[in-house]
Design a protein around this ligand. Structure first.
Ligand code: NAI
Length: 250
């Protein structure tokens, strides 16, 4: 069990990638806080895991990741429950977008920047304070996207937020690396979750055809990567981007 006894926060833990990562972490022996805006769904992820009898243990917590006080309170709750924090997975997010000329900042820009960009800065900041306070380094993994590195239709704001995730990660590694803290960003391509499924089968087929493998990535495949990056097996990986995109960026 690669994550035996490690304490992790997984934001967006009730969603597709988060849910799969919670289950993977619990199988690997971690103690997990399943953090999401939707407490009811987060609690059902915990209940399902309890019923499956995994090695690790989990609690659910409601958080709005676009609020710094909420994220600080989430870290405090984690420490209260499990005594420390070892892994922060900044993963909650929303997708979407419209053509630039149809956009207005109040509707199209600020809300997405708050949820997809500010949240990651908040998560890095709150986790870094905890790692320093407990005098023991940890790992911060944040979910970017292929759109953080290349343009796509209707993805100007989403792409900018996801590019910021990569930049935050690089700076965090640069500044915190000397303390033993690692920060890594992942860029999934098209993952088989609600975020993609809600777009319908026509777009789903197009997305598959744009990935070299010809398939969508299953959330469990992202979870496997996150578990590796969180483990000591990835001790030399810091400040970089790990592409989990079926060759989209090849
Ligand atoms: P999902 O829609 O299944 O899950 C997202 C979760 O985030 C939901 O449970 C939702 O309740 C939660 N959430 C949304 N706003 C929140 C807030 N303000 N505070 C707390 N929780 C909030 O989506 P999925 O696919 O699991 O996405 C996870 C991450 O992966 C997102 O950051 C997304 O941008 C990223 N991503 C997803 C890809 C895909 O193809 N599905 C591709 C590349 C990146």
């Amino acid at each position: 069990m690669r994550l035996d006894g490690k304490v992790a926060i997984i934001t967006g833990g009730a969603g597709g990638i988060g849910h799969a990562t919670v289950r993977k972490f619990l199988r690997e022996g971690a103690k997990v806080v399943v953090a999401d805006l939707d407490l009811e769904r987060a609690q059902s992820v915990v209940d399902e895991a309890d019923a499956d009898g995994f090695a690790g243990s989990a609690i659910a917590a409601r958080v709005d990741v676009s609020s710094y006080p909420d994220v600080v309170a989430l870290v405090a709750r984690t420490v209260e429950e499990f005594g420390r924090l070892d892994v922060m997975f900044n993963n909650a997010g929303i997708a979407g977008g419209r053509p630039l000329l149809e956009q207005n900042p109040e509707k199209d820009y600020y809300p997405m920047i708050r949820i997809d960009q500010d949240s990651v800065y908040f998560g890095i900041l709150a986790a870094a304070h905890q790692f320093v306070a407990q005098d023991s380094p940890g790992v911060i993994i944040s979910t970017s996207s292929i759109y953080g590195e290349s343009a796509a239709e209707n993805a100007m704001v989403y792409g900018a937020a996801k590019a910021a995730v990569i930049s935050f990660t690089r700076s965090a590694a640069y500044e915190l690396g000397p303390r033993g803290i690692r920060a890594v960003a992942i860029t999934p391509g098209r993952v088989n979750t609600h975020m993609i499924q809600r777009l319908g089968s026509e777009l789903g087929e197009l997305f598959k055809s744009q990935q070299v493998s010809g398939k969508l990535t299953e959330p469990e495949e992202i979870a496997n990567t996150v578990a590796f990056l969180a483990s000591d097996d990835a001790s030399a990986i810091n400040g970089t981007v790990v592409h989990v995109d079926e060759g989209y960026s090849a």
